[in-house]
Design a binder for this molecule. Sequence first.
Ligand SMILES: *Cc1c(COP(=O)(O)O)cnc(C)c1O
Length: 345
Amino acid sequence: MITLHVDGAAWRAHQRRVVAATPGLVPVAKGGGYGFGLATLAAEAQALGVGTLAVGTASEVRYVRGAFAGDVVVLQPWRPDDRDAVALLGDERIVHTVSRVSDLAAVAGSGERPRVLLEVLTSMRRFGIAADTFADVAPHLASVELAGWTLHLPMPAATRGNAAEAERLARAALAVRQAPVWLSHVTSADYDRLRASLFAETRKRVGTELWLGGAAKRQVTATVLDVHPVGRGERIGYWQRAMPADGHVVVVSGGTAHGIALEAPTAAATMRQRLVSVATGSMEAVGLALSPFTVQGAKRWFVEPPHMQASMLFLPGKVLPPHVGDEVPVEVRLTTATVDRIVVE
Ligand SMILES: *Cc1c(COP(=O)(O)O)cnc(C)c1O
């Protein structure tokens, strides 16, 4: 079992601080739900009292709508061949993002009068309607409920600020039709500035900072599933690798299904490093890679690449092995991890 432990009081205090500091905040819950899962984040958003929650794709709506009672925005643009997105056109709780004029025409022609956000093409160049074609949307606006214009900007760190681009594009969009302006990835200072200068309602979508920011203690642990003594030269695992020394193999929960990947072997890349590794008896010399699991105070080496739900680690001779059932720390990136259990403490 891979378990995410979180200090609930500190986590929720952080969430409330972000909400209080960000007028118009729309929490984002998508993919693996930033390690917490979509249903958990939907319940947190409900408790925060926000009126709108954003999910990544139309297929994710079903995981949040039970726990969250407000409106749900789908961030990935609506497409005519996405069956989930098409099926939601008649759903009054859903706000669809539309990024092409042809899709706007299709949505407008559905007869459902869907709620839509029109995405504006920014320097991200991912999705959106180019500013020089904004006028083409006008004929379709009578058949939809325009919830706003939406701008997804590059990371501020990559651009030294997005405010100028956001303001220019938002003004061009607002000239076509007045509507709320939805933003992503603008700094707090730029957001405040835009709120003051745009003369439009603003919304800001936030995921990472809301769920993973702050100082709330978070720890991920793996259960020790088995321990076996191994001898030097003994071949073990799927790949029957020879063990570099006497010791133990520790079988822990956590594998590729949890997003636990083999770390690229760092050392031993060059011949000189390889000789150093051999001389110092380090594990790169025998082709092992460092794992993200900590057992008895140190990161341990994978015996072989992680399996789907378990991993095999090598514990050298002198180290006392853990007990079956112990929980050991594992370092994972919560944006790519899938945990089995969340314990809010
Ligand atoms: C994922 C996403 C966000 C949230 O991004 P974070 O960096 O996690 O805050 C905001 N806007 C859009 C359009 C997204 O796809």
